[in-house]
Design a binder for this molecule. Structure first.
Ligand code: ADP
Length: 463
């Protein structure tokens, strides 16, 4: 409404100015034309006396014969003493009458006089001019014109201006109100949607009509709402999965402790139950560590990447996992040249390899093997983690990097997994500009293939 008011105010000002100034200008032009016309007429009259030495009724009568077609309302001739010689309004009674009009006085003083006035729908023009013969003022001529036509024309023009302005102004008011109502309706829609979004309703969307700024704003808003909607879904899914994962070991612990408290059990069974409580607690610890890792990945800005030599990191991973592998009679192997480096933080590389090798052990069979193999191509650093385990069905491969996704739920849970290990791997690989794929290993098992860009490594940059 403020915009509409501004438009209306500006156009009103312009129209008011035109309404005042245009008639003034027209009147000025008309007055100038009238003034010139009456002076021309007076000059014409005066010129007819250029050869007369005196001015009397007879001379004037002769001259007035030719004046009849001048369309003048009144013509008066006076002698040098301002006595009337001839008056067209009162032609019979001219004698001994002093004409004391200011214009006549001025003319007898030797100056031309013109006076224009608008009165009651009529333009009144008066002019007087001295009649000079042989350098002597012998009288004056006085003309008066009453022009109603010009005045009516000016009046009608003024009225026309006024009504056109009123029409224009009404149009401007209507259009301004319409446009500002439309505009503010859309802005209000946007505002209400922002409020809804702020209140947690991420399903809100705005219509995207046209290409103007409001439509662009609506499109940007919709994108934002969609993103928020998606991340809210992910968040909800994550929270519900996480709480479900936490609930299971907690329920087991509760069940086990209740059994220990209620039953009169022998020492051996009790030890078994307590060991199970310990296992569940371990599982909880692992789960919360992974959840923390994921939250850290989501929220923390990534540290500067560094050139990391792969072999020592892979060595450390295998050393850490050797005890677990040994309990399941699984052999861990490393096939990695000493000098291969990758541009990734050492901590991320450790975590990636740890999760992959841990899975290679978890989803393997007794007597199986796991390998870490690293190699270099022209533009990539390839690290493969292979195992002789169960393998992953093709239909499951696209999903295994999703959070909380497990192929064989019973086996995974038994092995202490929550479906988070590979999603951590995926996030970490991606944030180090790499990619990860999974294929079947020839001869059974799975092969996880990591690929990182191969950056040129100047000697001095090596850690
Ligand atoms: P989990 O913590 O359950 O191991 P992951 O995200 O690490 O979760 O793995 C997701 C699922 O992918 C696992 O439940 C498992 O079924 C399958 N998986 C992962 N690695 C392997 C592998 N090396 N061999 C066979 N299956 C695997």
């Amino acid at each position: 409404m403020r915009y509409a008011a501004a438009y209306i105010l500006i156009t009103s000002g312009v129209l008011l100015f035109l309404n005042i100034s245009a008639p003034i200008m027209i009147r000025k032009l008309t007055y100038t034309a009238q003034r010139n016309a009456i002076l021309d007429k007076a000059q014409l009259i005066v010129s007819t006396f250029s050869n007369s030495s005196r001015l009397d009724a007879e001379v004037v009568r002769d001259a007035t014969q030719s004046i009849n077609d001048l369309h003048t309302t009144r013509v008066v001739f006076t002698d040098a003493g301002a006595y009337c010689i001839y008056d067209s309004l009162d032609a019979e009674n001219n004698q001994e009458r002093l004409i004391l009009y200011p214009e006549v006085t001025m003319a007898l003083d030797g100056k031309d006089a013109v006076y224009i006035r608008y009165e009651d729908g009529v333009i009144i023009t008066k002019a007087a001019m001295p009649i000079v013969a042989y350098n002597r003022i012998i009288g004056a001529v006085y003309l008066l014109e009453r022009d109603a036509d010009q005045a009516a024309l000016i009046d009608s023009l003024q009225k026309m201006f006024f009504w056109i302005s009123v029409g224009l102004e009404l149009l401007v008011i209507a259009v301004s109100i319409l446009f500002s109502a439309l505009f503010s309706h859309r802005i209000r829609g946007l505002f209400l949607s922002v409020r809804k979004l702020h209140g947690g309703d991420y399903s809100v969307r705005l219509p995207e009509r046209g290409h103007d700024e409001v439509s662009q704003l609506s499109a940007a808003f919709n994108k934002l709402a969609k993103r928020l909607d998606q991340s809210e879904q992910v968040r909800k899914q994550f929270v519900s999965n996480a709480s479900h994962e936490l609930k299971t070991p907690l329920a087991s612990i509760k069940l086990l402790t209740d059994s220990i408290l209620q039953n009169d059990m022998d020492q051996g069974t009790m030890r078994e139950f307590v060991a199970d409580v310990g296992n569940e607690a371990d599982r909880l610890t692992r789960l919360s560590a992974k959840l923390l890792e994921l939250t850290r990945l989501d929220s923390q800005p990534h540290e500067e990447k560094e050139l990391t030599i792969i072999r020592p990191v892979a060595d450390r991973v295998l050393r850490m996992l050797t005890p677990v592998a040994r309990t399941q009679q699984i052999r861990l192997n490393l096939d990695c040249p000493e000098d291969i480096v990758v541009l990734a933080t050492a901590d991320d590389l450790y975590q990636i390899l740890f999760n992959l090798v841990e899975n290679g052990i978890k989803y393997n069979t007794s007597g199986g093997e796991v390998w870490i193999r690293a190699s270099v191509t022209a533009d990539s650093i390839i690290i493969a983690v292979e195992d002789t385990g169960l393998g992953i069905p093709d239909s499951e491969k696209p999903h295994i990097f999703e959070r909380f996704y497990r192929v064989d739920k019973a086996r995974s849970r038994k092995a202490g997994g929550a479906g988070l290990g590979l999603s951590i791997v995926y996030d970490m690989v991606v944030r180090n500009d790499g990619s990860v794929t999974v294929t079947d290993r020839e001869g059974g098992g799975s092969c996880f293939r990591l690929s990182f860009p191969n950056h040129p490594t100047p000697e001095e940059e090596l850690p």
